[in-house]
Design a protein around this ligand. Structure first.
Ligand code: AMP
Ligand code: ZN
Length: 667
């Protein structure tokens, strides 16, 4: 095989895997194998620049910077949709259609209306050529580089696709990914995003496509447009798009009457809450493309399609009071305490008011009657105040000036939306929050100690910072509420075990503002130990890849604080890791290449994760269940009899841990 062939084979394999994983939700390579192949391809492409391809899977990681997105005209105009809100609206629509077409039998495709940012993607000869935002419908912004990083969008099509066409779809941020992004923001003390839709559309215009690549965006397609498309109806269009490699949700349905359309709407009005992404309605389209052509367009929208909007669920209730929460980093969040009310299947008692500006904008006052809505957001929001119900003697809300927990005067830095309590080392929720962060799973992962116990320990004067945890004794803990001998022992043991946690996690655990998991890893890798990091100047820090001024300043500030330095010295004394242990594995080989292992049971020398790691580091694949594709089952104690039987039946080699270790060391 020559180099070009090798490159092409790798590209095809990686494209196929992306499709299986992101479109079909059915991965066929392990993450490790995928990374290895991607790396191999990257190396080959670097060494052979003549074979560069803008649509190579290596381009998915992004890295291009777009300062100004070029405006380009849409080849086919992007129309909007007419909206309907009731069955009657839809019946009127059908009457209008029949005026044009006569009394012909009509079929409708019913699709969900995905709530994200619309996009038009042009393909030429099966290759993604460009992607343009909707803009004003006539022209939009060229966001091709950003769009290419979305793994479910094919860069190359398969099957019998037309030479030139555009496909329209919606870029969405599924709830799970949205929550994960927010979790990461909360961890570093930043304000979370307010809803998936705005976050998705904001992502399209990020200047650095590598940033877009990190966001778990998805693209759901619903409409093809071009000359000589090889199908005669909208529904067949969806099926074709699916065959060419696009992600087209399977919920769409063909209806033979408006009655069936209503059934679809009624079903999804309830069940949409179980979908992984946001929807705000149903789109009904005349199925037959000839009829579509006859019906044509108004100045604004197609006559052959109609959006049916689900009612956003809203209720009136009363604002009883406003309380102010103090976060781990001191940021203040005002919270509305409401008269409990039923909304979208849950009882709502509280809603976030975000910040002082929001309160001012709403002019919300105690005892007001407010309008609460639950859209895609997890937390309900207050959208308006019913002024007609306000009593004459109500007073404008005065935002607090002092911390509700420690009475320190609040500050608000320029350009920041939230107020802060600057008493970082004396304000109880900040102290407790920092310790809770320290023990959390992604940080020191301390078993036997939970968030509530931390508050209990603090309130009983047993800990004031995370270093104090290491001096706790069973005798001190035992008298606390709900503590027994065993749980007290486990707590002390959990704390003691945390000295095994690697430096990068320790650095994250320290809770330096803006130093999230990824940044902590970067810093740990670069500086190797805490002393070097402590010595770094602002300039040094900014020069580290991906570290900006804001993070750099925060690190400097952290080490300038004497209290922090004392805590770190104490942690060192207790044995916490402040130095990176280089993990490059000199023993990595390819000896298990092409072999699939299943690991089952309990082991004595290695943990299950260590065994899996050893398999993957040596080129093997770890399967989750025994199948005809399994080559070896590594069996520990207590391996289930059903598994054993299955492996025997399929004639798979069952090996012990010792045998595996022997294989590992064979040259
Ligand atoms: P609106 O923005 O409320 O006028 O709704 C029109 C937009 O809905 C279109 O521009 C699309 O971006 C979006 N949309 C979402 N799902 C669909 C779908 N299944 N078919 C057509 N348009 C859709
Ligand atoms: Zn305070």
């Amino acid at each position: 095989m020559n180099t070009l062939q090798a490159i092409q084979t790798l590209r095809e394999e990686l494209n196929l895997h992306n499709h299986n994983y992101y479109v079909l939700d059915n991965p066929t390579l392990s993450d490790y194998e995928f990374d290895m192949k991607l790396k191999e391809l990257q190396d080959l492409e670097t060494k052979n620049p003549e074979f560069f391809d803008v649509n190579s899977p290596t381009q998915r990681v992004g890295g291009t910077i777009t300062k100004n997105f070029e405006t380009i005209p849409h080849e086919y105009r992007m129309y909007s949709l007419d909206n309907s809100y009731s069955k009657e609206d839809l019946q009127d629509w059908e009457v209008r259609i029949q005026k044009v077409l006569g009394d012909v039998p009509l079929q409708y495709t019913c699709e969900l209306k995905y709530d994200g940012a619309s996009i038009s993607i042009t393909y030429e000869n099966g290759k993604l050529a460009r992607a343009v935002t909707r803009g004003d419908g006539f022209q939009g912004d060229d966001v091709t580089n950003n769009i290419k990083t979305i793994r479910s969008i094919p860069l190359h099509l398969k099957g019998n696709y037309p030479e030139h066409f555009a496909i329209r779809g919606e870029i969405v941020l599924p709830f799970a990914g949205f929550e994960k992004m927010n979790q990461e923001l909360i961890e570093i003390g930043e304000t979370p995003y307010s809803n998936p839709r705005n976050t998705a559309s904001g992502s399209l215009k990020l200047q650095d496509s590598a940033e877009v690549a990190k966001r778990p965006l998805d693209c759901l397609l619903y409409f093809l447009i071009g000359n000589q498309l090889p199908f005669k109806s909208q529904f067949e269009g969806l099926e074709s798009a699916r065959k060419w490699g696009f992600k087209v949700p399977n919920e769409s349905k063909l209806a033979s009457s408006l009655e069936e359309v209503f059934q679809f709407i009624e079903y999804w009005d309830i069940h949409r809450h179980n979908l992984p992404y946001e929807t705000d309605g149903v789109v009904v389209k005349v199925n037959d493309l000839h009829y579509q052509e006859e019906l044509g367009y108004t100045a604004k929208s197609p006559r052959w399609a109609m959006a049916y909007k689900f009612k956003a669920e809203q209720v009136f209730t009363k604002l009883n009071s406003i309380s102010y929460q103090v976060g781990r980093t001191g940021s203040i969040t005002p919270v509305a305490n409401l008269e409990p009310v039923q909304l979208a299947g849950t009882i709502v008692k509280r809603a976030s008011l975000h910040n002082a500006d929001q309160i001012e904008k709403l002019d919300i006052r105690i005892d007001d009657t407010v309008f609460v809505e639950k859209g895609g957001e997890i937390i309900p929001k207050i959208i308006a105040v019913d002024l007609s119900k306000r009593s004459g003697n109500s007073e404008p809300t005065k935002y607090i000036t002092h911390c509700p927990e420690c009475e320190t005067e609040l500050i608000r830095s320029e350009g920041e939306a939230n107020h802060y309590c600057p008493n970082f080392y004396g304000c109880p929720p900040q102290i407790i929050g920092r310790i809770q962060h320290y023990i959390s799973r992604k940080a020191m992962d301390i078993e036997g100690l939970g968030g509530e116990t931390v508050a209990l320990l603090f309130n009983n004067g047993l800990v004031h910072n995370y270093a104090d945890l290491y001096e706790l004794t069973v005798g001190q803990i035992l008298p606390l509420e709900r503590m027994a001998q065993k749980s007290a022992e486990n707590l002390v043991k959990g704390v003691a075990n945390s000295v095994a946690i690697p430096f990068e996690s320790v650095l994250f655990a320290l809770g330096i503002r803006f130093v999230g998991e990824t940044v902590a890893k970067k810093l740990a890798k670069h500086y190797k130990n805490i002393d070097a990091l402590e010595r770094a100047t602002l300039m040094d820090l900014i020069l580290v890849d991906e570290i900006g001024e804001r993070i750099a300043k925060s690190v400097i500030e952290f080490f300038e604080n004497n209290e922090n330095r004392i805590i770190i010295e104490r942690l060192k004394k207790y044995g916490v890791q402040f130095e990176i242990v280089e993990k490059v594995n000199p023993n990595a080989t390819e000896k298990f290449l092409g072999k699939t292992f299943v690991v089952s049971g309990v082991f004595s020398t290695y943990s299950r994760d260590e065994l899996k790691k050893a398999i993957e580091e040596n080129g093997g694949k770890v399967g989750s269940s025994i199948s005809a594709k399994t080559d070896f089952v590594v069996a520990g104690d207590n391996m289930g009899p059903a598994k054993l039987e299955k492996a025997t039946k399929l004639n798979i080699s069952i090996i012990s841990e010792d045998k595996f270790i022997e294989m590992l060391h064979e040259s």
